[in-house]
Design a protein around this ligand. Structure first.
Ligand code: MN
Length: 244
């Protein structure tokens, strides 16, 4: 099982959740929202586990944590994974748009300089701008659009520019999202949860709820559960092997 976008460090008891993931053998990309969370988050798991930590600076925090970009640059050599990064065009964050773009561009520049990273990217109400910016930093690495919720036109652009996608159980609740998922190339799709932010049946999504996304994908792709798991695992293996 793969949860390619989890905020492990934001659960009430991160250590217990990390332990459970290790016991269950789940591949987890543990994303962070600030560079100062890097040390604590990467210490949640041991290097022999299937948990990897991503260095991030969330677009919703860009205006408050821009000062941590220096710290971001210091930690970049310690990981192949970057996230959560991106842009957020929702009304409550649009006022900090300038700051968001500055932070996002800085991060992409840093990723380019360090040879390219595997990046988990937030693009809520900002898909076109995210893609524009990515285009200007072609050496930044492999972008994985997490919880893509833009329009079909931008999805086509994302696909043709080589983006990957991570999809979570909450995305399968709307017909619009399901239609988008149907258009994503099967060989570039991974599962995620975005827990603990995402609520499933009135509780926080846990990394093992990524299984629900696998089941939902199985229905969309119209293949067996075994085949779905195989496809997602092969994608994951290919991503990590070629760009890791
Ligand atoms: Mn997230």
């Amino acid at each position: 099982m793969i949860d390619f976008h989890s905020h492990l460090d934001l659960y009430p008891d991160p250590r217990a959740v990390a332990r459970e993931c290790m016991t269950k053998g789940i591949y987890v990309l543990s994303v962070t929202t600030t560079p100062s969370a890097w040390n604590g988050s990467s210490n949640l798991s041991d290097p022999t586990s299937r948990i990897r930590t991503a260095l991030g600076l969330h677009p919703q925090l860009a205006h408050e944590r821009k000062c941590e970009l220096e710290l971001f640059d210091e930690h970049i050599r310690e990981t192949r994974y970057v996230g959560e990064i991106g842009l957020d065009g929702a009304p409550e964050f649009k006022q900090h748009w300038h700051c968001q773009t500055e932070v996002f561009e800085h991060i992409l520049r840093t990723c380019s300089k360090s040879g390219g990273k595997i990046m988990s990217i937030h693009s809520r109400r900002a898909a076109a701008s995210v893609l524009d910016t990515l285009r200007r930093f072609p050496d930044a690495g492999i972008p994985i659009l997490h919880w893509y919720s833009g329009n079909k036109h931008d999805l086509d652009l994302a696909i043709s520019s080589g983006c990957w996608f991570s999809v979570g159980p909450a995305m399968f609740l709307t017909e619009k999202s399901k239609a988008l998922i149907k258009c994503m190339p099967r060989n570039r799709v991974l599962t995620e949860t975005d827990g603990p932010f995402v609520q499933l049946n009135g509780r926080s999504a846990m990394p093992w709820d990524a299984q629900q996304a696998t089941v939902a994908l199985q229905n969309i792709w119209n293949v067996s559960q075994e085949e779905t798991e195989h496809i997602v695992h092969e994608n994951f293996r290919r991503l990590v092997a070629t760009h890791g």
